[in-house]
Design a protein around this ligand. Sequence first.
Ligand code: NI
Length: 198
Amino acid sequence: MILPIVAYGDPVLRRVADDIEQNSDLKELLANMFETMYGAKGVGLAAPQIGKSIRLFIVDASPFAEDEPENDEEAEELKALADFKKVFVNPVMEEETGEEWDFQEGCLSIPDLRESVDRKERIKLTYFDENWKRHTEEFDGVAARIIQHEYDHIEGKLFIDYVSPLKRRLLKKKLADISKGKVDVSYKMKFPLIKKGR
Ligand code: NI
């Protein structure tokens, strides 16, 4: 079932999400989240974006694998992203290391807006998978980037929090419009400033 994606301005996107009780059955929720993410052509989706303030996100970076690589190193990374489909339950960010690098980020909750964000290149994360198996794993490059963005969601942070105050001021009107549903979007959304019944 495709779920509506919560738009910018909804308080659920600003809440620090709660841990999920160990061994909870997440099967149906995960199936719905994957269907919702694919329907919106996203590469990541966090539970707060479907209105649930719990520490869970999913990623599938395979669309990146279709990009045209510029060199051998990039070709290798893109190949790795083809298989980067994962579920992260109760993740804990252990470490963020390396140089900061900038990458254009977007977010299904903030449609039609992309901004360059600086983040560290490597992360170490402990998490449970969909079978409640515990992992501690390192990620780098675009894989790390997607996880950092999704991890922020369960911490109540959004990528636009990283842009300069000046840039943020320029985005103010656009963000207000998104909250009111004044944006062209091809997937189902829930806008906080549209009253029910309209
Ligand atoms: Ni996002």
